[in-house]
Write a protein that binds this ligand. Structure first.
Ligand code: AMP
Length: 399
């Protein structure tokens, strides 16, 4: 039985950190960060959870053991969570389903509702649940759940609805949920700061290009469309995920290649995307091979960019106008060739990059389009951990 979350007995001072936990299916990323200043006291990743475990040296057996390893690492680094005055633990929860549109203080009811959502996110939500339970055991501070789907929870119905029978969609909660929402929201806000303009005035297209990739159209700070759907498989080409395919592909592969539906699911999630075309999912390696003359890597790059252009064009049409196109995450922040290729030929739509600005290696928010461009092109580093810590602090301040 879970104890109700404990409220802090004294008002937190602004240098008390939040521990942010981002539990994937086989990894646990953590960061101890002060929400107001962004000061990071510690961070790291425990990997290979559930892959061997125990004495076999294959990583921790489960998320509870991963949390113990994290605590040991913090101790080794000289970080004492009591002494630093831990304020809260903020958890990234991938799927918030139709219910959660805001971060919430975790209690038994919240946990049970997150559990109900496991069928919608079988790879992601179980890790978050065990992470929350382990953290509840370990830390006598409030636990806050921050949902990856929240930013997209009020997508316009036309953008959120699949053209499926209404009854079936209702019964199985079928809709386009969208993911990476914490990043899209944070980056949209940070872009307004960069441009020195009110978020409410901006029409933005945000491209989150990491291992997972997604695009969003943001009107006045509100998401009006996004590329991921019921699951994080829809949309852009990703490291190992196909993104959009003909929905008829599943039946075809079943009939013609004898694959079960689970095998198709695994194929499209784990063995497709850049990996499927180029044989490698790390974008740096794709670019290295492409530049060395590898035809498959060249094709993977071209398909990746083609799909990106497809979404940029679609969102420009949905928004009706565009102030800024924003690149973020590992590929978006670090790959000048992708950024150049996405806007290539779009000068007629007001989009271009300044080659020198685009090539500059800087880890800060910056404009890469020429001065006076009709549409600004920007690179804005994402910071999901800080965004989660800030949202956790906000929930606490609401009491
Ligand atoms: P993320 O999920 O945001 O950590 O992004 C991971 C992706 O970013 C991987 O595909 C990396 O290959 C890619 N990435 C990281 N650094 C670079 C870089 N310097 N150039 C191109 N891609 C990069």
């Amino acid at each position: 039985m879970t104890e109700p979350p404990t409220q802090p007995t004294t008002e937190p001072t602004t240098d008390q950190p939040v521990l942010v936990l981002n539990a994937g299916s086989s990894s646990l990323k953590y960061q101890l960060v002060v929400p107001e200043s962004g000061h990071v006291l510690a961070s790291g990743t425990v990997e290979r959870i559930g892959e061997g475990g125990g004495d076999g040296g294959g990583g921790p057996a489960d998320h509870a053991e991963a949390l113990q390893q994290m605590q040991q690492r913090l101790r080794d680094d000289g970080v004492d969570l009591q002494a630093v005055g831990l304020r809260a633990v903020g958890h990234r929860v991938v799927h918030g389903g139709p219910d959660f549109s805001d971060p919430v203080l975790v209690d038994d009811e919240v946990l049970s509702r997150v559990r109900d959502l496991v069928p919608l996110a079988p790879l992601h939500n179980p890790g978050a649940i065990t992470g929350i339970e382990a953290a509840q055991e370990a830390y006598d501070v409030p636990q806050v759940a921050v949902f990856d789907t929240a930013f997209f929870s009020d997508l316009p119905a036309a953008a959120a609805t699949y053209a499926l029978p209404r009854d079936l969609a209702r019964e199985h909660r079928l809709r386009r949920y969208g993911f990476h929402g914490t990043s899209h929201r944070y980056v949209a806000g940070a872009t307004a700061d960069l441009l020195g303009r009110p978020l409410a005035d901006l029409d933005q297209v945000v491209l989150h290009l990491g291992n997972g990739c997604s695009a969003s159209a943001v009107h006045g700070g509100r998401a009006v469309d996004t590329s991921m759907g019921l699951t994080p498989l829809e949309g852009l080409v990703m490291g190992t995920r196909s993104g959009d395919v003909d929905p008829g592909l599943h039946a075809f592969l079943h009939r013609e290649a004898g694959l079960s539906l689970d095998e198709v699911d695994e194929l499209l999630n784990k063995r497709s995307g850049l990996q499927g075309i180029a044989g490698v999912n790390d974008f740096r390696e794709v670019v290295r091979r492409k530049d060395a003359g590898d035809d498959d890597a060249r094709l993977a790059f071209d398909v990746f960019v083609h799909r990106l252009k497809h979404y940029v064009g679609a969102y420009l049409a949905q928004l009706g106008r565009l102030d800024v196109l924003v690149f973020t995450a590992g590929i978006g922040q670090n790959s000048p060739p992708v950024r150049a290729a996405v806007v290539e030929g779009l000068g007629g739509l007001g989009l271009s990059v300044d080659p020198e600005r685009n090539e500059a290696r800087k880890n800060e928010a910056r404009v890469i389009s020429p001065d006076g461009s009709p549409v600004t092109v920007a690179v804005v580093p994402t910071n999901e951990e800080l965004a989660i810590a800030r949202q956790a602090a906000e929930v606490l301040s609401r009491g």
